[in-house]
Each structure stands twice: as C-alpha cells, then as structure tokens.
Design a protein around this ligand. Structure first.
Ligand code: HEM
Length: 436
C-alpha cells in the first residue's frame, strides 16, 4: 500500500468499489465521532467472521454502543487501578522466567513467542478469572496457538465476500485440520466461560467478566464470545508491539542506553515501578510512541462504508468501501522527518517538528481501541521492568529490517527474535535463582 500510494497519490482505487486514502484528513473524516445530522462510516463485512456477538465485528451502531457501554466499565481508570496487582503478578513471574529459561544470559529466548505468555496470561485472568499458565510453564498454551493461528487465517474467511472465488481454493490455503481446531477453540471458550460463571459466586472482582455478568441478560454464548474477543484483541496486539519495540532499541543501542539511564535514575527497586510512576517517564513514552508508529500492531487500513460523504475534499458516494492506511501516514515524509528511522525524541518536548497525529495505532472515534489504557499500562510496566532487570543482547543479528522480516496477514506474523537477558540488578538475580 505504501508503494501504491507513493506511486499513484493520496487516493488509490483498490477494487471495483473500494478506495484507499493516505492522508490524516481522510483518517479523521472516516474515523472521528460524527457531528449531529451526519451519518457514521460503518464497518464493512470484512469484519464478519460469522459471530454476531463480537464487539470488534458488530456493524449496527446502536448494538455496538450498548456493547461498548457494558464493556467499558471494566476498562475504566478505577477498574484498571484495582486490577494492577494482577498485571504485576504475571510480569514479575515473566521476568523471573526470562532469567531462569535464559539461564541468566547464557541461552537466548524467542521473544516473538515469549511476550505472548505474559499478555495472554494477563488478559486471560482479567477476562476469565484464570490465566493460561503460559508464564508459569514457559510455553504457549494450546489455546493461545489456536487463537493466534485462527486470527491469521480469519483473514482468508473474511475475504470470501470480497473475492468469492477464494471459496474454491480456501481448502488448499488452510492448514490441515483448521475447521476442527476452530471448533476446539469455541469449545474451550465456552468451557472457560462456564467456569468463570461458576467462579463468580466465590470471587469478587471488578474485571471485564464481572461487568458483563452484572448486566444480567447476556447468554452464555455471548459471554464466551465477548471474553474471547477481548483476549484476542488484547494479547497478540500488545505482544506484537513489544516484539517490535524490543528489536528497534536493540538495533539502536543509544536509544536502549538512554532508556536504561532514565529507568535507573527513576527507580532503586523494582517495587517502585508502578502504573503511576512509569507514566511520568518521558523517554519511555517516546520509545513507546515511536514503536507504535514504526511498527503498528494493527496495520491494515480499517475498512468502512462511505455513508455518502466528503473525504479529504472528495465526495465519495454511499456504499463505497473506504480505508485510510495508518501505515502510509506513519511513513509519510510530509508528516515525519526521516520516517524510516527510529527516533523516540520525536515525542519529547518540542520534538522534531513532526505531525504526530499522523500516527494512529489505536484508531480514533467511536470504534477506537477500548483497551488503550490497559495496553499502555502493560507496555510501560513491562519495558521498564525488563530494562531495569536485564541487559539485553540481540542474538538474531541477521534481521536487518524488522518490518520486512515480518509478514502481514490480518496481524503480523513475526520471525523468531532471539534475545539474551543478562541479569543486572543483584536483588533481582536472587529472585531469579530462587525461582523453580
Ligand atoms: C498495543 C496494543 C493495541 C493496539 C495497537 C490496539 C489497536 C486497536 C485498533 C486499531 C482498534 C480499532 C479496530 C478497528 O476499527 O477495526 C482496536 C479495537 C479494539 N481493541 Fe485494541 N489495541 C491494542 C490493545 C488492546 C487491549 C489490551 C485490549 C483489551 C482487551 C483491546 C481491546 C480492543 C477492543 C475491545 C476493540 C474494539 C472496540 C470497538 O469496536 O468499539 N485492545 N484496537
């Protein structure tokens, strides 16, 4: 898409009835909240995977806002503060596992897989009241593999509407046993959901599931479907971001040193690293924003139907599929000074004079990411804690260009990213050694 827009300009026709835009104005026109009297740009059928209960896929704005209202309680600042201990628990265990499995820097760990252990366990606990035990076991739970694999191939399913002929070749494109695996995944979701309902009698928690249960009229199917959606939306995305934001500073050692210096000057013990204290770290903020710009986890232009509206000065008739490529905006020299380079200082103080709104990793408007606060909490805590505890050494040195080394399906398929973790904080080494 980047190449197409560079060659053909800001509006590119990508199909018989679909247009791709590449400007910030177009992004705002399509995704912002609408003013009174104007119609919304609705999600297209590309989101329809046959499950009507998923908040991510639902098209009807009335049903969507009802769902969003119920779920948003679990994402409020208060709810997140109440859940922060759960996040710390998995992150601290994760740190210990990095030391233990990595034999204190002697053995590399594949971070493309390992970050999933932490993000899935956190969101699993917040959604179903129990983790997948991935951190404790130091390997991905079967369910995680099913979800990740399923989300890659769901792209092919949604393409069926756009390219009807794909039905004919679909059986050959899908790995063997995919249908059985999908059924297995649904069965596990139902099972986890039933267990969470049973647990609700003995557990008082202000988590996502509790708020859905409090609504009182959601069926077991709806509960399972929504909780699974949260797990998919909130785990692979954050883990993907973390993988990219590990590779870029490792390839730019000055950035890593500056980040470590900031974390070291702010904290003398790992317990001081909390959601509140990390929120003030300026350079960490720069690293995160730059990581989200240069390697956005949700990278495809989010398709919408035009309601019959003007997009960046062009009238687009109703029914035309439109999308703005966040990735193209993030690499546009009209918005960014030297966009290919990883420069956290863009986001600090005066910066480099970039148009920062041209990075929209969480989207904007009524369908913007609901989990943004949880995502920032996890991203800040995990980066600060890792840098505080370990010196990182890149083992996968053969990767020259991270984005090129990844493949884009619906989400990024990442290559192995081998990293060694050398313990640097003596207090923490003691904990690592005692971990079994
Ligand atoms: C770095 C991490 C993340 C990124 C970059 C990200 C990005 C996004 C984007 C771009 C959308 C809009 C999708 C669209 O319009 O098609 C979205 C929606 C959503 N995200 Fe995230 N997300 C992240 C983490 C999370 C987390 C931790 C959760 C928590 C469960 C979450 C839950 C959701 C939900 C529920 C929606 C659907 C909102 C709606 O339709 O009203 N996300 N996310």
């Amino acid at each position: 898409m980047l190449e197409l827009h560079r060659k053909h300009g800001d509006v590119v026709r990508t199909g018989p009835n679909s247009l791709s835009f590449a400007t910030l104005q177009a992004y705002q026109d399509i995704h912002s909240h609408v003013t009174k009297g104007k119609k919304r740009f609705l999600k297209t059928e590309l989101y329809d995977n046959g499950d009507p209960d998923r908040i991510v896929g639902v098209q009807n704005p009335v049903i969507h806002s009802q769902m969003r209202r119920v779920l948003s309680h679990g994402f409020s600042a208060k709810a997140l503060r109440d859940q922060e201990d759960i996040v710390h628990k998995y992150l601290d265990d994760f740190l210990r596992q990095l030391g233990r499995l990595g034999e204190e820097g002697r053995k590399p760990i594949d971070m493309s897989e390992a970050y999933n252990w932490a993000t899935f366990d956190i969101i699993g606990d917040l959604s179903f009241g129990e983790s997948f035990d991935a951190v404790a076991q130091g390997r991905s739970h079967y369910w995680i593999s099913l979800l990740v694999e399923g989300s890659f191939y769901s792209l092919l399913f949604s393409l069926k509407r756009r390219l009807p002929w794909i039905r004919l070749v679909l059986p050959f494109l899908l790995p063997k046993g995919m249908a059985e695996k999908s059924e297995k995944r649904r069965e596990l979701s139902r099972h986890k959901s039933q267990r969470r309902i049973e647990l609700s009698n003995s557990m008082s928690r202000d988590d996502f599931f509790a708020h859905m249960l409090a609504k009182g009229n959601m069926t077991e199917g709806e509960l399972a479907s929504q909780a699974t959606t949260l797990i998919v939306a909130g785990s692979e995305t954050t883990a993907t971001f973390l993988t990219g934001v590990t590779w870029y500073p490792l390839k730019n050692p000055d950035c890593l040193s500056r980040l470590r210096a900031e974390v070291d000057s702010a904290f003398t013990s790992i317990d001081q690293i909390t959601g509140d204290s990390v929120a003030h770290l300026e350079y960490l903020h720069g690293v995160i924003e730059e990581g989200l710009r240069i390697f956005p986890p949700v990278v495809f232009g989010l398709p919408r139907y035009s309601p019959g509206a003007v997009i960046d000065g062009h009238y687009i008739p109703a029914g035309v599929t439109v999308a703005t490529e966040n990735y193209c905006m993030a690499y546009d020299t009209r918005y960014w000074h030297n966009p290919e380079s990883f420069r956290p200082e863009r986001w600090i103080g005066e910066g480099l004079g970039d148009e920062k709104k041209a990075s929209q990793p969480f989207s904007m408007g009524p369908r913007a990411c609901l989990g943004i606060n949880l995502a920032y909490l996890e991203m800040r805590l995990i980066l600060a804690k890792i840098v505080f505890s370990y010196d990182l050494e890149l083992v996968s040195r053969e990767i020259e260009d991270w984005n090129q080394a990844c493949q884009l399906w619906l989400l990024w398929k990442k290559p192995e990213l081998l990293v060694k973790f050398h313990p640097r904080n003596r207090d923490h080494v003691a904990t690592v050694e005692s971990c079994t």
